[in-house]
Design a protein around this ligand. Structure first.
Ligand code: AMP
Length: 106
């Protein structure tokens, strides 16, 4: 794992600004800076896991936590349906190498 802080770790550490929608002891949720839908949130674990390929069994808890958070966020945003996306690897369209779940809704 690179020692260089990821863009999202800098946001979590308040070194860069972001529109924060939710934060708890495991993850942060921000508005995407370049929204592809009316509501476009990014659910980001505090732990800077680069991609889904890097997950280990110890990450089950945080990944489960983020999955359970998705419908709660959708309700808060008054969405009755939404899409999720996890881009993985350069060829999977991933630009920021710190796992994040896109939550998109119109
Ligand atoms: P991905 O292609 O899955 O790695 O997605 C990265 C996402 O991060 C893109 O949708 C970007 O618009 C978004 N993004 C990049 N920089 C920022 C930022 N500073 N604040 C919020 N979202 C960002």
């Amino acid at each position: 794992m690179s020692t260089e802080k990821t863009l999202f770790s800098k946001i979590i550490d308040r070194e860069l600004p972001a529109d924060i929608v939710h934060e708890d002891d495991k993850c942060i949720v921000i508005k995407d800076i370049n929204p592809k839908a009316r509501i476009h949130l990014l659910v980001i674990p505090e732990k800077p896991i680069p991609t889904l390929f890097d997950l280990t069994p110890e990450d089950k808890d945080v990944m489960g936590h983020m999955m359970l958070l998705l419908p709660q966020l959708a309700k808060t945003q008054e969405l009755d349906g939404f899409k999720t996306q996890i881009n993985t690897g350069e060829s999977g369209g991933q630009e920021v190498f710190h796992i994040h779940i896109h939550l998109l809704g119109d």
